[in-house]
Design a protein around this ligand. Structure first.
Ligand SMILES: [Zn+2]
Length: 470
C-alpha cells in the first residue's frame, strides 16, 4: 500500500529594511541586542535551521529581499540553503525550493502588467540564486485570482499553494469530498488559452497549530501521535503544512529542533513518507479539477480588504489604508506615463524593458550594456542615463506595494513608513531623470491618510522619511 505522505512548506521572507535613500538598515530597537530584525531572525531561525539540515527536508521559498540580505550578511547560511535544493535535485531529479513573486505584493490588487513584472522578477531572482527554472511559486499572503494564476502559468510556473477556503468545497458525487478527505491534492485549475496550473491545499488545522500553537518545542510527539494521525480523513495522499518559515525558531523558540525531530524522526517513524511538493507533483499529477475563489488570501477571512480599505482583523480606524493605496496608485499611473513616453520615444517596449531590468538589479549585467542589447540605435549618454534612472524609479515603484505596509493597524508604524519612503525615492528619481516633480500631488493625496494613534498624516510621515528620520 502506498504510504501517506507529509510535507512542510516554509515561507521564508523578510521585507527590505534598508532606508532607500542611504541603503543602510536603520537601527531597530525592538531587535535588541541585535542591530535589526534580519540579524535577530537569522540567529534564531535561518542559521540554526540551515545548520540542522532542515532545508533539505522542507519544501520552501526564500523571498528575494531576504535572499539578497542573507547572501550579503551570512553567506554560509545562504549557501547551505541553496545547496539543500541542489542536493534534492541530485537525489530526486527535482529541487525543493520554490520561487516567490518579487516584492511581496498582493498580486490580485496589482495591475496585470505589475503582476507580470513581479512574477518575472521573482523567477529571474530564483534562477540567479538556484541556477534553474523554479517549478512552483509562493503567492504573498496566498492572495489569488485567476489573472494571477494565468500570469504564473504563462511564465512556466507549474503550481502554487492555497488554503482550503480559497476554493469552493468539492461537490460530493464527482469528487467524493476528496479535497477534504485525502488531503492536499494536487488539483488542476484550468485556465484560458488551454493553460492550466496545479494547486496544493494546505491543512488549515495542522498549519495553524504549528503557527499559533503554544509550547511547540515540547509537542512533537503530540503533533504526530494525535494531530497528524487525526487530520481529517485518514486516506492515502498528502498532508501539507504550509506556514511562515520563521515559525521554526523565531516565533517559537526551539522550533528548529521541533522541525528536525518532526521531519527526520517522528513522522518517518509513524509511517509517513516525508516529501516535498515538486517531487510529489512529479509522482502524482493532478487528476481532479478545482476552481478558485478570486480575491481570497490565507491570513484574513475578509477577502483582500485587509490590504485595501482595512477590516476588523485589526483595531482602530483603518481608513488610512484606502487613502494610502489610492495615493500610490495615482503616483504609479503618473510615473508610468512619463516612463512609457521616454522609452517609446527611444523605440523600445517599456514593459519588456522593465521586466528585463531585474538582470541589472541582480548585477548580471551593467545598465548601459543592458540598454545596448535592446536598442536598434545607440543611445546618447544623457538619454541612457535618463532611462536607467527611470527604470530604477520603477523598481521603487514596485517596492512601494510591499504587502506589510498595509497589513497592520496603523499608518504610524514602521511598515507604512517604508512604503512611503519607497514612493519618495521613486519621486526623487523621476525628478532627477525628467525634471518633473510628482511630489506635490503625492503629498496632497497623502494628507487624507491619517494615523488614528498619532494623528499624523501621510504627508507628515513623508516629510519625516525624506529627511531620513525613520
Ligand atoms: Zn480581515
Amino acid at each position: 500500500m502506498e504510504l501517506t505522505s507529509f510535507c512542510v512548506h516554509g515561507h521564508f521572507y523578510q521585507p527590505p529594511r534598508e532606508d532607500p535613500f542611504t541603503g543602510v538598515i536603520p537601527p531597530e530597537r525592538g531587535a535588541t541586542p541585535f542591530a535589526n530584525f534580519n540579524e535577530k531572525i537569522n540567529a534564531e531561525c535561518y542559521r540554526p535551521n540551515a545548520e540542522l539540515g532542515n532545508f533539505d527536508a522542507l519544501s520552501f521559498n526564500l523571498g528575494p529581499t531576504l535572499a539578497a540580505w542573507l547572501e550579503g550578511h551570512d553567506p554560509t547560511t545562504y549557501q547551505r540553503i541553496i545547496e539543500a535544493d541542489q542536493r534534492n535535485r541530485v537525489t530526486h531529479g527535482v529541487g525543493n525550493a520554490l520561487a516567490q513573486s518579487y516584492h511581496h505584493t498582493i498580486l490580485p490588487l496589482a495591475t496585470r502588467r505589475d503582476k507580470q513584472t513581479q512574477v518575472i522578477w521573482g523567477i529571474a531572482d530564483f534562477r540567479h540564486r538556484f541556477g534553474h527554472q523554479p517549478p512552483g511559486m509562493w503567492l504573498p499572503e496566498m492572495a489569488v485570482d485567476r489573472e494571477t494564476l494565468e500570469v504564473l502559468a504563462s511564465q512556466g510556473i507549474a503550481f502554487t499553494i492555497l488554503s482550503p477556503h480559497q476554493a469552493p468545497p468539492p461537490s460530493p458525487p464527482d469528487r467524493g469530498g476528496e479535497r477534504g478527505g485525502s488531503g492536499a491534492g494536487p488539483y488542476r485549475v484550468p485556465l484560458p488559452r488551454g493553460r492550466e496550473i496545479a494547486v496544493f491545499f494546505r491543512d488549515e488545522a495542522l498549519s495553524n497549530h504549528l503557527a499559533f500553537g503554544s509550547d511547540l518545542a515540547n509537542s512533537v510527539k503530540d503533533f504526530v501521535g494525535n494531530r497528524l494521525s487525526n487530520a481529517h480523513g485518514s486516506g492515502r495522499g498528502l498532508r501539507l503544512v504550509a506556514t511562515d518559515g520563521e515559525t521554526f525558531g523565531h516565533h517559537h523558540r526551539g522550533g528548529e529542533q521541533f522541525l528536525y525531530d518532526l521531519l527526520y524522526q517522528e513522522v518517518p517513524q509513524a509511517g509517513y513518507e516525508v516529501t516535498f511538493l515538486t517531487r510529489y507533483l512529479q509522482e502524482h499529477p493532478p487528476v481532479a479539477e478545482v476552481e478558485i475563489i478570486d480575491g481570497t488570501s490565507w491570513s484574513c477571512g475578509h477577502g483582500l480588504a485587509r490590504w485595501q480599505e482595512g477590516c476588523t482583523c485589526t483595531q482602530g480606524d483603518s481608513r488610512w489604508k484606502r487613502h494610502l493605496r489610492g495615493t500610490l496608485d495615482r503616483l504609479a499611473q503618473e510615473m508610468d506615463a512619463l516612463y512609457q513616453d521616454e522609452v517609446e520615444r527611444w523605440g523600445a517596449d517599456p514593459w519588456r524593458l522593465r521586466d528585463g531590468y531585474i538582470q541589472v538589479v541582480l548585477g548580471e549585467i551593467e545598465g548601459r550594456a543592458f540598454l545596448a542589447q535592446r536598442a536598434s540605435e545607440t543611445l546618447a549618454e544623457e538619454e541612457a542615463k535618463r532611462i536607467l534612472t527611470l527604470l530604477e524609479a520603477q523598481y521603487y515603484r514596485q517596492a512601494m506595494y510591499t504587502s506589510c505596509g498595509f497589513f497592520f493597524e496603523d499608518l504610524s508604524r514602521l511598515e507604512p513608513r517604508y512604503v512611503i519612503a519607497y514612493a519618495a525615492k521613486a519621486i526623487h528619481l523621476v525628478k532627477e531623470a525628467t525634471g518633473v516633480s510628482l511630489e506635490e500631488g503625492f503629498k496632497r493625496d497623502l494628507r487624507l491618510a491619517v494615523s488614528w494613534i498619532t494623528d499624523q498624516t501621510g504627508e507628515d510621515i513623508y516629510d519625516e522619511v525624506v529627511q531620513w528620520r525613520f
